[in-house]
Design a protein around this ligand. Structure first.
Ligand code: C2E
Ligand code: CA
Ligand code: CA
Ligand code: CA
Length: 278
């Protein structure tokens, strides 16, 4: 027996059959969850390295599952990709993130909001048009939205992805190259596409103090990014010593547990009032 998986036929394998059933159940459950509005966003602060000011947040999706509790993206995004649901997930995430950005603006908080998009989303030629309508509807300037794309994913269909990225740039939406340094064509991606931000992968951040090679790569990456006019955000910053080192290296922004974990939108206002005082 064979079953269809993704776009190709795979030979039946009793060892993976269990997982396949599980994924199928998850996919059906996820379809229901999308309609029921069970996907929620948590937001993690990004702060300016030189003065600690809050400049933006990264929206990170979670599934508030009625029986299983709060599920991390790793538990359901692969299934969403495999079952053609990632576009719907991205749509739901973008709608919530832009609505939240508008709500914060009404409360006097002018934040950049970053959203993760998958490479599959960049093959959707309707993305820029739909996003334009969404931003207009909420009165959020396009420049306040950042789309993060993981660099390893960009290599799949570069032509079409470049086209969609160009349309997003025309719209005024900012783009960020995520997990920078982990792919095998980082420089080619930087050359080919016009990003506004580079996110240094936490595998570098977390070895900054102990590994001179990680420090050298970080220093050069910051210089390279600045030469190209990109802002550099370091991810996975977990201690003040690393933050100080990032300041030495002229890194622009910092994100990680040292500042704050991802949190529900309602908690963010409280967080800003505790950190901005004094
Ligand atoms: P990412 O884009 O690299 O997001 C950063 C991940 O690192 C988040 O995990 C975040 O909670 C975690 N993190 C934050 N600060 C620290 C730190 O100081 N130390 C460590 N060790 N980790 C930290 P999360 O929320 O589980 O997300 C995992 C991945 O799932 C994300 O990695 C992203 O690739 C993907 N993802 C999340 N939300 C979305 C979404 O809405 N759409 C898509 N397509 N992908 C998403
Ligand atoms: Ca990201
Ligand atoms: Ca990342
Ligand atoms: Ca990642």
């Amino acid at each position: 027996a064979a079953k269809r998986s993704g776009g190709g036929w795979v030979v039946y394998d009793p060892d993976v059959h269990g997982d396949g059933e599980d994924a199928l159940r998850t996919a059906e459950d996820l379809r229901r969850a999308l309609v029921a509005g069970e996907l929620v966003l948590h937001y993690q602060p990004q702060v300016r390295v030189c003065d600690g000011a809050l400049t933006g947040v990264e929206a990170l999706v979670r599934w508030q599952h009625p029986e299983l509790g709060l599920l991390p993206p790793a538990r359901f995004l692969p299934v969403a990709e495999d079952h053609g649901l990632i576009g719907q997930v991205t749509g739901a995430v973008l709608a919530q993130a832009v609505a939240q950005a508008a709500a914060w603006r009404r409360q006097g908080l002018d934040l950049r909001v970053s959203v993760n998009v998958s490479a599959t989303d960049l093959l959707d030629t309707g993305l820029a048009r739909e996003l334009g309508a969404l931003l207009l509807g909420h009165g959020v300037p396009a420049s306040r939205l950042v789309l993060e794309v993981t660099e390893t994913e960009l290599v799949r269909d570069t032509e079409r992805a470049s086209q969609v990225l160009a349309e997003l740039a025309d719209l005024g939406v900012a783009t960020s190259i995520d997990d920078f340094g982990t792919g095998w064509s980082s420089l080619a991606q930087l050359h080919r596409m016009r990003f506004s931000e580079l996110k240094l992968d936490r595998s570098f951040t977390q070895h900054l103090l102990t590994d001179p090679r990680a420090a050298a790569i970080t220093a050069s990456t910051v210089d390279l990014a600045h030469a190209l006019g990109l802002r550099v955000v370091a991810e996975g910053v977990e201690d003040p010593q690393t933050l100080a080192r990032l300041a030495d290296l002229q890194c622009d922004e910092s994100q990680g547990y040292w500042h704050a974990p991802p949190m529900p939108a309602g908690a963010l206002l409280g967080w800003t009032s505790t950190t901005r005082e004094g």
